[in-house]
Design a protein around this ligand. Structure first.
Ligand SMILES: [Cu+2]
Length: 219
């Protein structure tokens, strides 16, 4: 009796271990959300037409890369997308390939979409690290500028912000790196008091004299 119970437990354990890799590799689907070990997609819409679109006007293949490499051209910024603006026609379908070139988490969220197609008006792609995801969306016909950003703490402020324009858009968003002025520009005031100037001059003097005095040991 005891032996058969032990055999059953061992068999169950072996079956569970055997199934584990398949379970973790499978993509989980739940109410418009798909998730696996690479990342997450929420509210993708490959086929439902917006109410104001009789048909899809054009299909655009869009590759959007995210990472710190793309921020190097923007002084003071740390993260960015490889492009800061995209333009599409009204009722365009976009097949997005989102690539994370970093090993930290990044998102690509598009806001202001119609809620009857995109819950909370949002398409959300997220990569937990280096990798890529694919998702499609169909935009309404309205002339509009949509916010694209990464909502992780400080990532937008550090440069991960862009705009998607339909039919030329209805304006520009602020603080898009390289495109538009920030709402509040960063300022780095310098306190030019006598004391600070004196300290600066003293440090300059020490910095240029000390290597000269100790040149024997430096060699
Ligand atoms: Cu990010």
């Amino acid at each position: 009796m005891m032996k058969s119970r032990m055999t059953a437990i061992a068999g169950g354990l072996l079956l569970a271990v055997g199934l584990l890799p398949q379970a973790s590799a499978a993509m989980m689907h739940h109410q418009g959300m798909m998730m696996d070990e690479t990342g997450m997609i929420m509210n993708a819409n490959p086929d439902r037409l917006p109410r104001d679109c009789p048909q899809i006007s054009e299909t655009v293949e869009l590759t959007i890369r995210a990472g710190h490499e793309h921020a190097k051209k923007f002084p003071g910024k740390m993260f960015a997308y490889d492009q800061q603006e995209w333009n599409v026609k009204p009722c365009a379908k976009i097949n997005i390939t989102f690539i994370n070139d970093d090993h930290v988490r990044h998102q690509m969220m598009i806001h202001g979409l119609p809620g009857y197609l995109y819950p909370e008006g949002m398409l959300h792609l997220e990569l937990f690290g280096h990798g890529q995801l694919k998702a499609s969306m169909i935009l309404p016909s309205r002339k509009k500028t949509y916010l694209v950003h990464c909502e992780l703490p400080q990532h937008q402020e550090k440069g991960m912000k862009a705009q998607l324009k339909v039919d030329g858009g209805d304006g520009d968003l602020p603080s898009i790196p390289g495109l538009t002025e920030p709402v509040r520009a960063d300022v780095y005031p310098v306190n030019w008091s006598r004391q600070h100037i004196g300290t600066l001059l003293f440090c300059l003097l020490v910095g240029s004299v000390v290597p000269f005095l100790f040149r024997k040991w430096i060699r």
